[in-house]
Design a protein around this ligand. Structure first.
Ligand SMILES: NC(=O)c1ccc[n+]([C@@H]2O[C@H](COP(=O)([O-])OP(=O)(O)OC[C@H]3O[C@@H](n4cnc5c(N)ncnc54)[C@H](OP(=O)(O)O)[C@@H]3O)[C@@H](O)[C@H]2O)c1
Length: 302
């Protein structure tokens, strides 16, 4: 079988580490991340990728600390907007495909039903604005062969995330106060990685289609919950696993009771109809994937 040459940018991050763990045999993978490779260095991006000449570039690099973006605005826009612009320009020149990961935080959160790909955007934070500008930079670059995948509330191994934070806090504190008026959908990096690989390489065991039209897609797990619901489900899993826990009570609080620098959307559930229609993917409910993560997490620590 001939191999696809694929570059992953931001290769040491949480999503990228799952992509690496699940790489299909048909892929010849090349990894790039700081400090050796910086997407904000246009010349380095162009020289490195032109020399490598991959068929596909997957961009997982981002400045993802949502609150820190508020005070480090310049870096946020450099990494999340200019970086994707440089990548798109080079990818266009070498005739490759770009897969870029974006976020539900491009939306304002005033909707009352799941956002589809054409819905009006309205980012509330510097992070959301910079990621939205990154999308726009790719679209306006003239590159046609791109997938922009917006995802939400990511968790998985090898990264700070809400699941790992709650696991830690449940062992440390008797009471947790968790925001109960922001709705969204958790996404397991394992599920997102599988759909990304299926877009670009035939996965032998998968029934997924491989001729997916280019464009913007939404992908998260199915269902919707608040951070409070998510925290309760994580603690329930810990309880079922018999994990030692200190936590006695999880208290629902409002966004106003938990002030943070960056404003978050109150509702950022995304419709997956487009990606389901294009690929035939069967997207698991967030509760099912959380359970799967706990099983895989246990296997990893055994
Ligand atoms: N995490 C979420 O909840 C979430 C939700 C929705 C969408 N997303 C999107 O999903 C994608 C992956 O997220 P993730 O959570 O896996 O991110 P992550 O763990 O923060 O990984 C990002 C990686 O990019 C690297 N990076 C940062 N600046 C760079 C630069 N200038 N040049 C090259 N690499 C650079 C980081 O290196 P350092 O660690 O050294 O900075 C890190 O290895 C991102 O596009 C993010 O915006 C994430």
């Amino acid at each position: 079988m001939s191999q696809y040459k694929i570059a992953i940018i931001g290769a040491n991050g949480m999503l990228a580490s799952m992509l690496r763990a699940r790489v299909p045999e048909s892929v010849d993978l090349h990894l790039f991340d700081l400090p050796d490779f910086d997407i904000t260095d246009a010349e380095q991006v162009n020289e490195t990728l032109t020399l490598l000449n991959p068929e596909v570039v997957i961009n997982c690099a981002a400045f993802t600390q949502v609150d820190a973006c508020e005070t480090q605005r310049d870096i946020a826009f450099l990494v999340n907007s200019e970086g994707p612009r440089y990548l798109a320009n080079t990818v266009k020149n070498i005739g490759a495909v770009l897969i870029h990961i974006s976020t539900d935080f491009v939306f304002s959160g005033t909707a009352i039903e799941p956002y589809n790909e054409d819905a009006t955007t309205g980012p509330l934070s510097v992070y959301g604005q910079s990621k939205f500008q990154g999308e726009q930079a790719i679209i306006s670059s003239g590159l046609t062969d791109y997938y922009i995948i917006r995802t939400s509330w990511l968790y998985g191994p090898n990264g700070p995330n809400f699941v790992e934070t709650i696991i830690r806090l449940a062992a440390e504190r008797e009471e947790l106060s968790i925001v109960a008026d922001q709705w969204g959908t958790p996404t397991y990096t394992g599920d997102l990685s599988d759909i990304i690989w299926s877009l670009i390489s035939p996965v032998p065991s998968s029934s997924l289609s491989v001729t997916v039209p280019y464009g913007i897609y939404h992908y998260s797990n199915e269902g919707a919950c608040t951070w409070y619901d998510f925290a309760c489900a994580i603690i329930e899993r810990l309880r079922e696993d018999g994990a030692p826990m200190k936590v006695q009570q999880v208290k629902p609080i409002t966004t106003d009771e938990y002030p943070v620098p960056a404003k978050r959307p109150a509702y950022s559930v995304m419709s997956k109809e487009k990606i389901i229609a294009a690929t035939g993917v069967n997207i698991p409910l967030w509760q099912v994937s959380l359970k799967k993560y706990f099983v895989e997490r246990c296997l990893d620590t055994d």
